[in-house]
Design a protein around this ligand. Structure first.
Ligand SMILES: Cc1ncc(COP(=O)(O)O)c(C=O)c1O
Length: 386
């Protein structure tokens, strides 16, 4: 399929000039798309504080624009914290959402002014009480949704309701301001029902805590909102309407203060990764599948294609009369470096070495995931279209 246009007119001209002069592979990230996404999210959740999950795309220009728009930030490490602070963002706009953190990093973040933390274990609560005394803490709970999220985040993070209750009580005893809960329904979550079940779970814990005389005032709904890949999903406003309804149904009109931690939704659709064909081959004279090898692969920024989890939309410049489903693989000497073997992608039979292949909606979790020097290939070049 030949692309007509990737971005709106202004950005498209800048993108085309990059394609003319830059060697592939590279990622172009469109700031206008991010601005529109941010505004859409604001409109869908007018009463929620948006904390952009920095890990999704920590490019300085992206962070600076989001800061200017009024976004808050969720950081996973002190390195991300320093990046955000260096842009002049006040620490009161930053949450430390990683439940796995060193004691010295908690202390550092506290010294820098961070006062909002996520936790899901006894040990971490003790560390927080010692190194970030009096800070606000929310407890991450385990939720379902792995089957319907293309990049699940369950199992490793969060705790069950019984422990969540214990942690809130314990944190309060230790002098922390334990105010509520968070969850993450899984990244690229396409099923609205996943939020329904998760919100219901937080309501259940909220009620149990009320029996202990503890009132919950914060609910962090996490990320998970989908970008536009090859699988079916709803438009954003449908997710927003559904989630607002679940909140009303469970908590009534006076629900706790809300936080959202979007990553993929804000930046995913803003990116186009430009690559070119290195080689086209078949494995035997009569092989039914052609293999198309591109100069970007799993280790060059497309790591979320592992297990064919994230199914990017892929287009090329060549307009062939006839398409054939191909296997798409990367350039390294590693047999894991195959993006799509079972989900076949149709590309023109006339495809030639040097033809451009465009990977759409690659603005999230790509260039920072790219290896430093695997097989000698450099990290993925990234340009922001401003
Ligand atoms: C704590 C936390 N919050 C938010 C996000 C962003 O999730 P998403 O990109 O699905 O919106 C992540 C993603 O890993 C996360 O770990």
């Amino acid at each position: 399929m030949k692309p007509n246009r990737f971005f709106d007119a202004g950005s498209e001209a800048k993108f085309r000039s990059l394609v003319e002069k830059e060697t592939t592979p590279f990622l172009a990230v469109d700031l206008n798309t991010i601005i529109k996404r941010y505004e859409l999210m604001r409109k869908g959740f007018p009463n929620a504080a948006i904390h952009f999950a920095v890990k999704a795309n920590p490019h300085d220009v992206v962070l600076a624009k989001l800061a200017e728009l009024g976004s808050n930030f969720d950081v996973a490490s002190v390195q991300e914290l320093d990046k955000v602070l260096a842009l002049g963002v006040d620490p009161s706009r930053i949450s430390y959402g990683n439940t796995i953190k060193k004691e010295k990093d908690i202390r550092y973040s506290y010294e820098k002014g961070v006062r909002l933390y996520c936790s899901d274990s006894e040990m971490d609560i003790h560390n927080l009480a010692r190194c970030a005394p009096g800070s606000e803490v929310f407890v991450r709970i385990l939720v379902e949704g792995a089957e319907t999220a293309d990049w699940p985040l369950s199992r490793k993070f969060g705790c069950q309701p019984d422990l969540a209750i214990d942690l809130i009580l314990m944190a309060r005893e230790l002098g922390l301001n334990a105010t509520g809960f968070s969850f993450h329904v899984g990244s690229q979550q396409r099923d609205i029902g996943a939020w329904d079940a998760a919100i219901a779970k937080t309501k259940y814990i909220t009620d149990r805590l009320a029996e202990h005389g503890v009132s919950i005032s914060l609910l962090n709904l996490g990320g998970g909102f989908p970008a536009t890949y090859n699988q079916k999903m709803h438009p954003f406003d449908r997710y927003a309407k559904g989630i607002n309804r679940f909140l009303r149904e469970d908590f009534g009109k006076k629900h706790p203060r809300l936080i959202l931690e979007p990553g993929r939704f804000l930046v995913g659709d803003a990116g186009v990764l430009v690559s070119e064909v290195v080689l086209v081959s078949r494995k035997s004279r009569d092989d039914v599948n052609r293999w198309v090898y591109t100069d970007v692969g799993v280790f060059g920024g497309l790591i979320e294609t592992l297990g064919e989890s994230i199914k990017y939309r892929v287009v090329c410049d060549r307009n062939g009369a006839e398409d054939e489903e191909v296997v798409l693989a990367g350039p390294t000497c590693d047999s894991m470096d195959i993006m799509y073997q079972f989900n076949k992608y149709p590309l023109p039979l006339s495809l030639e070495v040097g033809d451009k292949i465009y990977w759409l909606s690659t603005g999230a979790y790509t260039y920072t995931y790219a290896s430093v020097e695997f097989n000698g290939f450099p990290p993925l070049k990234t340009f922001v279209l401003e």
